[in-house]
Write a protein that binds this ligand. Sequence first.
Ligand code: NI
Length: 181
Amino acid sequence: MIRDILRMGDPRLLRISEPVRDFGAPELRTLVDDMFETMHAASGAGLAAPQIGVPLRVVIFGYADSSARNPRYPEADPVPQTILINPVLEPLTDTIEEGWEGCLSVPGLRGVVPRVANLRYSGYDLAGRRIERVAEGFHARVVQHECDHLDGILYPMRMRDFSRFGYTEVLFPEFAGLAED
Ligand code: NI
């Protein structure tokens, strides 16, 4: 079921989400199914459970077809389709990279956000199996963006240079006509 995506200003986006404790719960599978439907309907690169009003530490990101490109991020490296529950991020460098981000909870806007360039992330899949990966570039950026949602952080709260913040259709006219941000 496609769910409504909360938008910036809604206090539910600022909550600290709770860890998942029952990996066998049917509600957890339903939640993840709804998150994928909602993300695909909105052409998003990722989605966190609190964005649909569920305060649990669950994020999804990436694409089933690794050769596919999200039209909103045509230059981005492919990111494996991932369900990540109770994630833990560990930076592997002090290097900070800047890159453009958008968010389904901040529709129509983009901004440049500093992020750690390389990290290790771990967590669990729907079956409670452990996931551990190293990521860089756009993959690392998406993971950091989505996991921030679990701590009530939206990307504008990470920005330092608001001269590089604006409406997608003004900043990137070539994206005009694509699905909402
Ligand atoms: Ni977001």
